[in-house]
Design a protein around this ligand. Sequence first.
Ligand code: TXA
Ligand code: MG
Length: 330
Amino acid sequence: MNSDSHNAARGHAPIVGVDPASLDQAASILRAGGLVAIPTETVYGLAADATNGVAVASIYMAKGRPSFNPLISHVASLAMAEELAHFSPLARRLAEHFWPGPLTLVLPRKTTCPVSDLATAGLPSIGVRVPQHIATLEIIRRVGCPLAAPSANPSEALSPTTAAHVAAGLGARIDLIVDGGACSAGVESTIIAVGESGAVLLRPGAIARADIELFTGPLGSPDASDGVVAPGMMKRHYAPRARLRLNAIDASAGEAYLAFGAPPPGVLPSLNLSIHGDLTEAASNLFAMLRALDVSHDSIAVQTIPERGLGEAINDRLRRGTLLTRESGV
Ligand code: TXA
Ligand code: MG
């Protein structure tokens, strides 16, 4: 059965819990080529059997992705990842320390790797990670093969951090939503490419740069000359409908104010990413708070977020969000 047969029959995807019967149901839909939204510690993923090209194609269709950006293969263990990719000693050290957890490694793909070329967009490399959510690890074990999963949102929209976010964006286009609660980290995984010339930061994410540099030394940045880039790092991404105004020290009439820490004198915040100025808490609140303000406002002013620690990932998402606005028309 391919996902079209699921598509034809379905209305709105049921939302199920993480009891064993629901995990069995998720696994059997995935084995049959269907699409299941799965919880992870970062954001919800839209999963399909990574070895089934038709199922992977239906991920791109459901999201409305304009092009075939490579997808991360989610596995349940380092042993399972080693069936897909070549691990250098450094890559293995990173995996052993950070997995399960929000680190994606981009590594040379093995010739015997069973993942569909569509999932890796024909690249000689593959992105792989072991997510830190017990329900999703159980689903992967039950399916028995890697799951390709981008964030479970329509292309370019905000990433979902609850099952309700997934239902609102993609509920009519997928087969099942597994509700594993609100995502604890709230921003996507940090992506590191490990090659012969060392380690490169392809996307800042839920693990701060400094924590990874303890293992790698100073991380390189993507450089067209050595060909290591994350094609999916489109500039326009993670965008609310409302206009975003960053580093705002005030809010105009009718504008929402999203604070971080103590708001500027005289400004009454609509919401606060973290009253105590905690960047981890701010990351976990980011997408949900942008969504909440997006419903009621056409413009959102955001207080300055420091660039240290998880602030790098938060600011990356905010800057990309400013590039897709109704004013810019793109
Ligand atoms: O936290 C996360 O990483 C979430 C959860 C669901 O795991 N997933 C996620 O997937 O953010 P997605 O598809 O929204 O972003 C994956 C990024 C894209 O920028 C893509 O270009 C990059 O990973 N990527 C995947 N495989 C790659 C490869 N072989 N080489 C370079 N970049 C790759
Ligand atoms: Mg995404």
